[in-house]
Design a protein around this ligand. Structure first.
Ligand SMILES: NC(=O)c1ccc[n+]([C@@H]2O[C@H](COP(=O)([O-])OP(=O)(O)OC[C@H]3O[C@@H](n4cnc5c(N)ncnc54)[C@H](OP(=O)(O)O)[C@@H]3O)[C@@H](O)[C@H]2O)c1
Length: 297
């Protein structure tokens, strides 16, 4: 009898991990998740800070997916929060690379990364070969990806530079829907800044595709890039809410959000040519299509 394919997802209790779990289960995989708070069946307790983990099922793992990390958008970026954002990714990844030695069947690794890693203000469409930027998030991504590279020589692996994930179960779309719901939808800043995005279903398909094709290297996980105005207006349209208010000035957003305001104010366009050249096909590659699918559910 063929052995059940088994995947272990670190940080699998979050937005992407939950959807990915469903996708893997539909494909007949057995799924375990590493969580700092393992209460449900299939969750395995770990603490990457103190390097503690329950290794019971490690001998079964074929694929390891690393989504662990404190949420980037949740809290203000104080000095201690910044350290937590870094440590929760870099230390967790380094710990996972040590744990890989205890997974004799491990044949593939996927490391999450972020698209906010390029030098802003260059008015260009970034490719994976472009240099890292120098701002906080770029430095974080650089360190995080260096940690993923510890899997070199352990098994084939890919690093996914994930764009803003559009899902109706949380994340950025939920945050953008809030003011729109109250009839307060408007562009943020100039509204002309581009945001790279990806529908959660396409992201999950891309991860599965990477595993099936044993892709290796760094890939921008981006379906398309649209301006903040286009995105906010699109959301208002599907929520049947007005969209006429003037833009929220950048100064106000900087005052409220501090350095974190770069998440909504920075202008970033990123290419998806590399992943498409591997044969991967997006199903929801236009904003209108993606929002329609999200609001239909
Ligand atoms: N969603 C997006 O738009 C987006 C975009 C770009 C990149 N990404 C990256 O993709 C990964 C997954 O995203 P997501 O949206 O699913 O994130 P999420 O919902 O915030 O979930 C991340 C998971 O990481 C674990 N975690 C949180 N704090 C941690 C800490 N201090 N140490 C170790 N683990 C910790 C949590 O699991 P437990 O509490 O169970 O331990 C949590 O469920 C993240 O690393 C994120 O930065 C996401």
């Amino acid at each position: 009898m063929e052995e059940t394919k088994t995947v272990l997802i670190a940080g699998g209790s979050g937005l992407i991990g939950k959807q990915l779990t469903k996708v893997f289960k539909e494909r007949g995989y057995r799924v375990y998740k590493l969580s700092r708070n393992a209460r449900k069946q299939g969750h395995i307790q770990w603490d990457p800070k103190t390097k503690q983990v329950d290794e019971k099922y490690f001998s079964r793992i074929h694929v390891l997916i690393n989504l662990a990390g404190a949420n980037i958008g949740d809290k203000n970026w104080s000095a201690s929060r910044k350290q937590e954002l870094i440590d929760s990714r870099v230390q967790s990844t380094e710990f996972l690379s040590e744990l890989a030695a205890k997974m004799p069947k491990l044949s593939y690794y996927v490391g999450a990364s972020g698209v906010n890693c390029y030098e802003l203000g260059q008015n260009k469409v970034f490719q994976e070969t472009d240099e890292y930027g120098t701002d906080f998030l770029s430095t974080l991504v650089h360190d995080w990806e260096k940690a993923h590279d510890r899997f070199e020589g352990i098994c084939p692996y890919m690093k996914l530079r994930i764009a803003m994930v559009l899902s109706n179960r949380g994340g950025s779309l939920t945050a953008m829907k809030r003011p729109v719901f109250f009839g307060l939808g408007s562009p943020l800043g100039s509204g002309n800044q581009y945001h790279p995005w990806i529908h959660i279903d396409d992201l999950c398909r891309m991860i599965v595709f990477g595993i099936d094709q044993q892709l290796e290297g760094t890939f921008n996980a981006v379906a398309d890039c649209d301006t903040n105005r286009t995105m906010m207006k699109g959301i208002a349209k599907y929520m049947h809410r007005p969209f006429f208010l003037p833009p929220v000035p950048s100064g106000i957003l900087k005052f409220i959000l501090g350095e974190r305001s770069m998440l909504v104010l920075s202008d970033l366009r990123v290419s998806n040519d590399k992943i498409k050249n591997t044969g991967f096909e997006f199903k929801l590659d236009k904003l209108n299509k993606a929002l329609k699918a999200l609001f239909a559910k």
